[in-house]
Design a protein around this ligand. Sequence first.
Ligand SMILES: [Zn+2]
Length: 184
Amino acid sequence: MLKRIELCFNHQRFVRKAKAFDFSERINLLLGPNGSGKSSLLKAIYECQDCKKIEDGPTNHFYYDGELMNPHRKSMRGNSLVRARAMFSSHGETMRDVLASIPLGKGDTLLLDEPESGQDVEWMIRISRGFRKVAQLGCQLIVATHHPVFMGREHTIELQRGYKKKLYKIYHEILERNAKDKIV
Ligand SMILES: [Zn+2]
């Protein structure tokens, strides 16, 4: 699993918050507004040869992009069984098939970009429980998300200072305001 990444010069341009990041061996949340470098950091971990990665033993990396898994896009990743199913399933079902089909082993790292994409809240809760189970089995997860369902006490990497607190405040205010709204 990944303990630390030191970004190459190219990736430092896209991830401005820091030049190096440390990860916990279980679940890591990447939080930040669009443009703060969440996807760039995931891609740096997954495929950059120039970023320096310090790993705790040999590590398989799996990358899951919630948006690209949309069955309506041609660039969809996944095996052929999943592709065939995608023609008959909703986006959310396809995403769950793909997650279930990833051959994760102990010490592996699963990178997820916006797993909430296309999911309803009940499924997000199930997926988030699934993440905890997978982490308990010894896999590491690095999850870029905007959704509060995934934001528990996991190790958090903020790509903008104070972002988690800010998000909590915004969501709280929206719920309070909506609860008070008059029916129109
Ligand atoms: Zn790089």
